[in-house]
Write a new protein. Sequence first.
Length: 175
Amino acid sequence: MGKSYKEILNNITTFIFDVDGVLTDSSVHVTPTGEMLRIMNIRDGFAMKAAIESGYHVCIISGGNNEGVRIRLQNLGITDIHLASPDKVATFNEYIKQYKINPEEVLYMGDDIPDYHVMQLVGLPVCPQDASQEIKAICKYISHKKGGKGAVREMIEQVMKVQGKWHMYYNGKHD
């Protein structure tokens, strides 16, 4: 029998997130010019920034391609942003090879079929509460929060708390 998700939290060094349905609620507001606007959760952003500043790898792999999303993520300090990724497995394999990351140390949060195959390669596949049934079936943990509503924050906070880094982070240079 494999490790429980709580035990796996101790080994996580890397967070990989999809965008639509994970960092957003899957909705897009389409403007008259055809631009698609997304809403992201500020607390998810705070947690990703905290993870980076605490030494974790944070990577985004998304099939979508929106310059506003890229700018938001770059402003959080994320440097590994892979938008318009036609093959998430290939992008994942290149990423872990580049940084010499063990797949068992990766938490990947996805929500739908395009995430399915890559999620099967990581140590801790997780999803928001409103993910598709196919994704829920392969996850070791399903967040109590929906995509774009704090699911990312929940997972980062859990990992950092188990590893003793969450309290160190906010008791350090942050309020």
